[in-house]
Structures are given as C-alpha cells and as structure tokens.
Ligand binder design. Structure first.
Ligand SMILES: Cc1cc2nc3c(=O)[nH]c(=O)nc-3n(C[C@H](O)[C@H](O)[C@H](O)COP(=O)(O)OP(=O)(O)OC[C@H]3O[C@@H](n4cnc5c(N)ncnc54)[C@H](O)[C@@H]3O)c2cc1C
Length: 410
C-alpha cells in the first residue's frame, strides 16, 4: 500500500480515493465486526491497530521523505472520516496517533523557524518517524488535565524541568486515550521556569516504559469505550532531549497560527453520522444482515425522517469538506470562524442524526445486538472534546464575530 499511495503517477485526488477505499475495506471486513466486543469490554482495539500497521497506515501522516504515506491535512481528515464510519473508537484513537505525525510534519513545515530550529525539528522528527514507520510504534496525545489548559486558556500544569541531557516531567493527564496501548505518550507540558506562560509549552514523547509513569483509575464511560482513556501520572519521569516532538516554542506557534489543527477530532464524528444514516437505510429497507427482512420504508413519517437525516448529513458534509480544504497556516478570519462552525456542526449534528436514526428505526433497532445504540453513545462524546467543545465553539464564535482583536466597549 505504501508504494501505491506514494506513487507520483497518481494525482492527489486519486491517491485520496485509493486510501479511502483501503480504509473502507478494512473497516467493513475487520473493524465493524469487532466493534461491539471492544465496546462491551471497554478494551482497546489492538487487532485493528495490527491491521493498520500491516497496511502501512500507522505512517499515514508521516512525510514520504521519512517513509510514510505523506497524507496532508485534507487527506488525513477524509481518511479519518471513513475510519469513523466503521469504528468510532478506532478512528478517535487513530487521530491521536496520526496527528503526532501531521502536526510535526506538514503543519510544522509552515511555521516560522530559524535555520537552527528547522535543523532541530528535522533531527527530532526523524527519530519519531523512524519509530512509527520502522518499529510500528503507536503515539498517544494526552493533553487534558481537567483545568483550563486543554481549553487553551492557561499553561499546562504538567511541568518539565531541564536536567542534564533531557527533561524531568511530573504531572497528571486525564482522558489519556490509548492508555496502556501506546508506545509513546505525546505529552503537552510547560517548561518549569519563572513567570511561565502558554508560550513555554513543550510537546514531549514519553515512552510507555519510562520509570515514574503509571496509568491509574478505571474506565467505564458512556461512549467511545474502546479508546481506554485512563489517567496518566508522571512523577519525575526522565526523558532525553530527543524525546521532544517539536523544538521549544513551536507548539504555541502552531496552536496560534494553524488553528485547524484542532479540527482533527471531528472527522471521526462525521464518519459516525454517515454510519447512522447508512444503518437507517438498510434497516428500513429490511436489509440488515442477521435481521428478519422486515421492510419499514413505506411509511411516510419514516420517509420524511430519512429525508431530514439526509439533509442534515449533506449540510454537515459540505461544511466539513469546505473547511478541511481551506485549512492552512494563517487562515483568514472567515476561514477561522468557519472552522469553529464546522467543529460545532459536525459534533452536534452527528449526535442529532444518531438520535433521529433511533427514533425512526424504532425499538428493535436500539438493542445491543445492533450498532445503532453504540453510534448514539459514541456520537454524544464529540461535543466534549477540548479545546473546541461545542460550548467553547459557541463562545469563540459569539465573541469573535462581534469583536475584532483588542476591541472593547470602554
Ligand atoms: C472519549 C474521550 C476521549 C478523550 N481522549 C483524549 C485524549 O486522548 N487526549 C486528551 O488530551 N484529552 C482527551 N479527552 C478529553 C477531552 O478533550 C476533554 O479534555 C475532556 O472531555 C474535558 O473534561 P472535563 O470534565 O475536564 O471538562 P470541562 O470541565 O468541561 O472542561 C475543563 C476545563 O476547561 C475550561 N472550560 C470548559 N468549558 C468552558 C467554557 N464553556 N468556558 C470557559 N472555560 C471552559 C474550564 O477551565 C474547565 O474547568 C477525551 C475525552 C473523551 C470523552
């Protein structure tokens, strides 16, 4: 797969289509049949990751120069949405892994750096990409701490102190998806120095086996159960200098200048919305495998509901596709605001489409033997993802539509 996708004979759209077809095949044949058991047990989808690894997909966003598939932002989002269609938890955890490559690769390339910083970035990412492409390593992204930090409003409380040859890290991360499954945890932390601010954010990969790192707490949530997002505790964890994923100062610049980087949580939920629609059609047509071939499509109320679902799905998809196509460094104000609107719409509409699907298909459709109730539970989690929860998107849109930067009413 890696060779086919990387071939220069194919243009970008054709490469995207190939990639999506591969993920659709894996999803239909492997991920979807396994999803119910992972959800029931709240266990990590290791088998799905073995399949992703076997098809070179762990290197999806690793630049081709480093042996990866070199997917750009838009390609990643389209691929992730397809994955979400078959298993939401696999797509959401894959987002944490894939973005470790995307943010340090394509996105970081767009940022302002001195020649020395650029050389440092090259050296750092070469090692991380080697681990992903050659060793099949999986990276997680535990940022959240239960404070305003993951909301982008305060420095991270996890601190990294400079020591001889590396860093000593202490702190606590909640909702660490892939906990116990990742080989490296890409932790956001603050350099421990006087008057520290968000500019002092460091992005450092802590090996799962590092002394002082423990995973605590249970994991029995409403939805996205197979993400296994337990709590990570780090106490004086030493990592060498080359554990940094980006040179000092670069993460803050990325978060400020490349805001679409936070939209990458939403493709999973675009895929879930599509899955709920797909299921509803099959169910109303009496074509769900293993179910009696009872047709329900002849009732006008069900037809209207499906029409509403289709309209909501197309509205959401149109905004999704437009927004991912205009992602770039330094977007215009309109592009940035549209990005918040897209995140809000995808997260909220995904859940609305799932709710409509259950109401329309009826009582037998929400039994645990069918995927719809899982889609419904998983879809509810989208609006909670920081830094762009549905509330924070509204908050930003409300303020930024009415005020220019620095404007006050005094
Ligand atoms: C299934 C799942 C998987 C996840 N995986 C990861 C992961 O891999 N990595 C990761 O880093 N996180 C992950 N998260 C965490 C997620 O991104 C959020 O950080 C988490 O849901 C926030 O929970 P909370 O109860 O602390 O939220 P909240 O209490 O809602 O928010 C935390 C803080 O953010 C600020 N805040 C929130 N809302 C507002 C508002 N409206 N206005 C102003 N400030 C506000 C406040 O300071 C608040 O105390 C995951 C979450 C879920 C549900």
């Amino acid at each position: 797969m890696a060779t086919v996708f990387a071939s220069s004979r194919h243009d970008r759209k054709a490469r995207q289509a190939e990639l999506i077809a591969l993920i659709a095949k894996l999803g239909r044949e492997k991920f979807a049949p396994r999803a119910a058991a992972y959800d029931r047990d709240a266990s990590f989808p290791f088998d799905n990751y073995d399949d992703l690894r076997a098809h070179g997909l762990l290197g999806l966003c690793v630049p081709e120069a480093y042996g990866g598939l070199g997917a750009d932002f838009e390609t990643y989002c389209l691929a992730a949405a397809e994955m979400g269609r078959w298993c939401g938890a696999t797509a959401l955890t894959f987002n944490m892994h894939a973005c470790s490559g995307l943010w340090t690769g394509r996105l970081a390339d767009d940022l302002e750096m001195t020649p020395a910083q650029r050389a440092e970035l090259e050296a750092l990412r070469a090692e991380h990409y080697r681990r992903i492409v050659q060793d099949g390593a999986v990276y997680a992204q535990p940022f959240s701490e239960g404070s305003a930090a993951a909301a982008g409003r305060a420095p991270f409380g996890t601190l990294a102190s400079k020591t001889e040859g590396g860093w000593s890290i202490s702190g606590r991360k909640i909702f660490a998806s892939l906990s116990g499954a990742a080989d490296y945890y890409g932790v956001l932390c603050t350099e421990d120095r006087p008057d520290r601010s968000m500019r002092d954010t460091l992005y450092i990969a802590v090996p799962a086996k590092a002394a002082g790192l423990t995973i605590v707490g249970d994991w029995d949530p409403l939805g996205m159960r197979a993400t296994v997002s337990r709590t990570l505790v780090m106490k004086d964890v030493f990592v060498p200098d080359n554990a940094q994923l980006m040179p000092r100062g670069l993460y803050f610049q990325a978060a400020t200048k490349w805001p679409h980087m936070f939209l990458t949580l939403s493709p999973t939920y675009m895929g879930i919305a599509q899955a709920a629609y797909d299921f509803t059609l099959a169910y109303l047509r009496g074509e769900v495998e293993g179910q009696p071939p009872v047709k329900r499509r002849m009732y006008p109320t069900k037809q209207i509901a499906v029409a509403e679902m289709y309209i909501k799905l197309q509205q959401t998809r149109a905004l999704f596709e437009r927004t991912i196509a205009e992602a770039k460094v330094g977007p215009s104000k309109d592009e940035r605001l549209r990005c918040y609107a897209a995140q809000f719409s995808i997260m909220e509409n995904s859940n609305a489409i799932c709710a409509l699907a259950i109401r329309t298909c009826g009582g037998q459709s929400m039994l645990k033997s069918l995927p719809l109730e899982r889609l419904y539970r998983d879809s509810r989690c989208g609006a909670l993802m920081l830094p762009w929860t549905a509330e924070l998107c509204l908050d930003r849109l409300g303020r930024e539509t009415l005020y220019e930067p620095g404007e006050t009413d005094d």
